[in-house]
Design a protein around this ligand. Sequence first.
Ligand code: HEM
Ligand code: CU
Length: 482
Amino acid sequence: MKEPLFSVPISNFLLRRVTLVWLMLSLVLFLIPAVFGLLMRSIQAQIPGISAQYFYHFLTSHGLLMVGIWFTTSLALLSFAFSSYVSPNPLLIIIAIALIVVGALMSLWAVFIGDMATGWYFLYPLPLRLGTVTGRVMFFAAIGVLGVGWLLWCIALFLAVAQRYTLREALGWHYIAKETAPNVPPMIMIAGVSLVAVIICLLMAVILLLLFALEFLSTASNDALLMKNLVFVFGHTLVNMNLYLVIALVYEYFPKYGGGEFKNSRMLAIVWNSVLCIVLFAYFHHLYMDFAQPSVIQYVGQFASYGAGLMAATFTIFSVLAFVMTHRMEWSFSSIATFTAIAMWTIGGIAAVIDATIPVNFKMHNTLWVPAHFHSYYFTGAVMMMLAFMWTIAMEVSGRTEQTWIRRVVLPLLFIGGGGFVLMFYLSGMQSVPRRYALYPALLGHGTALSYVAVVFILIFLLAYLVLAGVLITRMIRGLRR
Ligand code: HEM
Ligand SMILES: [Cu+2]
């Protein structure tokens, strides 16, 4: 084990403030794609006065911004939690935040002014045909700027870990070799493993952008199947790793709510390192319908999808349940929200495994079952967990205690609103309502009705969210002043 290069507390004074600023910013920024989501469901419900003209603009911007914001927030929460052990460089993080904010604004410009309503996955060759020419340039530039911002932040976290541990230790390989020292907190190991995958998928994005640029600037044309593989190895992996970065935080925060801690072990190291090995192949499930993809890859995709999800999830769920049964939990906003969100994550995970099974996928492909499962583990899962950890942090920095009404009223409303909204996606998916349709044809009238119910649930969620965000921001500002 190497000694830290500089003393942790002094440099972390700035770090903690910088991450708090991003957390507050993300609470506000989230409202933009959330309102786009509300508008999409309102269009699908055919509520009079809301034109369907901008549905695909909302869809594109919603996907990009939601993932962009919450991925960044997971990096910010990790930086805050890392500061108890190592010191990520706040300067790198400030530059990253600036790039991410600029990239998000550029993406809004590209979508709404440049008319680039391609969907977040900008499937080849759509982005080379759609929108204005400046819109196209701006769109790719936005993705590039966001990518550089994220890469810088990941590097800041990596460098911080490297001050204290070797790569072998950070990834827990010494545990696999049956050594017990040094002790690496599970959060650092899981985040380390996930960040390696994030960096690999960001490099894939660089190749993808270069290939797009080449075609944009010349008369060459690309291989459509290669481009689709590249976009999903980037997009799927990034989103998948976002969830695992949040799970890394669960290992750090959840046991604190019961006055204990999760210990690292050989088993844990084996599980998470195997996840790293298979997760890069899980994205193949996005290409089941591409008959040109070699069929052996389709089978690899099916088992990699099972493996990547099941191993990490089962291990985490059993650890959390065992912990709750053996400890005296303090059931606060944060602990209840995390626990419920893990349940929602599990539901989404099971729905995902069902859909990743090839014979089922033939039926469910591109129905609303797909947004149902990923909103379960992303929105009512990961995002709720991040809000729970933000709550813990806001209490800590403001020195205030929790009001009971937040736990008794706001918390149930968040899950009733979020859960009800997701349930409408599941019910629609089960009845073959397709995803990414602005308006459902008469044959799918039940899709329209379910959208209407979803709008009510979204409004319930947003109401509770506004109250929560208000309290969180006031407390974080108090924390900044202290
Ligand atoms: C207020 C909460 C939210 C609402 C109301 C909402 C609503 C929607 C709607 C209506 C769609 C389109 C479904 C369709 O295909 O017909 C959608 C798609 C999507 N949502 Fe959300 N969502 C919310 C939260 C989130 C969160 C937290 C994330 C991720 C962190 C997210 C990521 C996505 C993605 C990636 C898509 C797919 C976009 C595409 O197909 O290109 N959403 N959402
Ligand atoms: Cu996927």
